[in-house]
Design a protein around this ligand. Structure first.
Ligand code: 4AD
Ligand code: MG
Length: 430
């Protein structure tokens, strides 16, 4: 019976065949321990000299790291293993030998590992992070599907720049200028007027010259957009959504979180509601904390966000930022027009902003004025302006950065480990 490692719990006491790679190996004169991986999981195979043909034992002793194999063995429960099962190996067939695998069990520098990302992905740690990423994506679809949102796919080649014109990847679209999408938001607004509640999930691009642990050039964003929805209602969706993905990862990725050494006690109480402070309060707080480099009207940097987040054991919403530091489409607050109805959600433990969201302007004249005031080439925004011309309604939405969220939940320091092939300031390879 050919099975995968993820299925061994159903075959205790039975002889099975598993297609696997040799991740690592230890052996003595009498016994060999094979660390096997097949993509679905990791299991230890035990080869006892006295119990197998001499040829099988010699093979077990000589196989090299990352050689591909068909391993035959009997599944046993094993309390000492974190996985709970072991394989008592009876036979080994080599499929393809791997010679001089570059990533050995010794320590390697980050640049070396990044140059070998195509192979580094096979490691236990990277495998765990990718599984957590996958679980967050699964839980995202579950959350929005359960609440009646339709998945809509905005284009990647666009003529507009919702988040400002400084960080664009320009390309030629035959004879026209085009950009790689910074955010699907404007298209999602159109979709919300057609389908009510929508969400997107796709790659977005920022030509940011930032070399920090939170910045990627290409990252994946989840962007929900809701018609007939005010900012306050959107905040509730955001906190419930983030709670759902954290609780799903805790429930379905226990082994992976253990592999990563994640302190899960820091995740267990991530449940809605989340605390909120206004931008005004945040400025006061920072001044009290001795940040004298900040004044009203400035945007927050990573140290500011971290200082604010440290006061809470849950993600915190910073609401109502000054109009001047936010994009053109945000709805002014009803009681004062120097701040907008928006919020950034700051993750705990120094992981920074994971969500940016707002209520959108739905007044035609105000929108027209904003597009002009921001010097946006109005031709490219004509279609967008028409959304507030024909049956405009209050609507709100947000964007969650997948990689920062995966980094936080996994407890990995840098976003480069949270996406299969990171695109960084100095890296397009592999
Ligand atoms: O705050 P941002 O720029 O918001 C938007 O793009 C809105 N149009 C979203 C919307 O309302 N539909 O980006 C949203 C999130 C950030 O909070 C952050 O998590 C992530 O995207 N993000 C990045 N992640 C990795 N690398 C980068 N360079 C990122 N820039 C933003
Ligand atoms: Mg933002």
């Amino acid at each position: 019976m050919k099975i995968t490692i993820s299925e061994v719990n159903k075959y205790v006491g039975e002889e099975v065949i598993i297609g696997a790679w040799l991740a690592n190996k230890r052996s003595s004169g009498k016994i060999a321990f094979l660390q096997l991986r097949d993509g679905t999981g990791f299991i230890q195979g035990v080869v006892v000299k006295a119990e197998v043909d001499e040829e099988v034992f010699q093979k077990a002793k000589s196989i090299t790291q990352e050689t591909s194999l068909y391993v035959t063995g009997v599944v046993r429960e094993d309390e000492r293993s974190p996985f709970g099962y072991e394989l008592t190996v009876t036979n080994i067939d080599v499929i393809h030998e791997s010679v001089d695998y570059p990533i050995t069990p010794k320590e390697h520098g980050t640049e070396f590992l990044m140059d070998h990302r195509h192979l580094w992905l096979r490691s236990k740690r990277q495998h765990a992070v990718m599984k957590i990423r996958n679980e967050i994506i699964r839980a995202t679809y579950e959350f929005f599907n359960d609440r009646g949102f339709a998945k809509v796919d905005p284009p990647i080649l666009t003529g507009s720049a919702p988040e400002g014109t400084t960080e664009l990847f320009a390309t030629k679209y035959f004879d026209e200028d085009a950009y790689l999408s910074q955010s699907g938001q404007l298209y999602m607004e159109a979709a919300a007027m057609a389908l009510g509640k929508v969400f997107s999930f796709g790659p977005t691009f920022r030509a940011e010259k930032s070399k920090t642990r939170r910045h990627l050039i290409e990252f994946w964003m989840i962007e929900p957009e809701m018609a007939f929805t005010e900012h306050e209602e959107s905040l509730k969706v955001q906190e419930e959504y983030v709670s759902h993905i954290v609780q799903s990862a805790l429930k379905n990725c226990q082994l992976e979180l253990t592999t990563l050494g994640r302190d899960v006690s820091k995740l267990e109480n991530i449940k809605a509601p989340f605390p909120r402070i206004s931008y005004d309060e945040a400025i006061e707080f920072l001044l009290e904390k001795g940040f004298d480099d900040i004044k009203w009207g400035d945007d927050f940097g990573a140290p500011h966000e971290t200082a604010i987040a440290e006061s809470y054991d849950k993600p915190v919403f910073i609401t109502n930022y000054p109009k001047g530091i936010k994009p053109f489409y945000m709805q002014p607050a009803p009681d004062r027009d120097d701040v907008v109805l928006c919020a950034d959600l700051i993750a705990p433990e120094g992981y920074g902003e994971i969500i940016g969201g707002s209520e959108r302007i739905h007044d035609y004249n105000l929108m027209k004025q904003q597009i002009e005031a921001h010097g946006l080439n109005s031709g490219a925004y004509e279609w967008y302006l028409e959304l507030s011309k024909y049956g405009s309604v209050p609507h709100s939405g947000f964007g969650l950065g997948l990689e920062r969220t995966v980094a936080w939940i996994s407890g990995v320091e840098h976003v480069r480990e949270t996406i299969p092939f990171p695109r960084l300031l100095n890296r397009l390879y592999p």
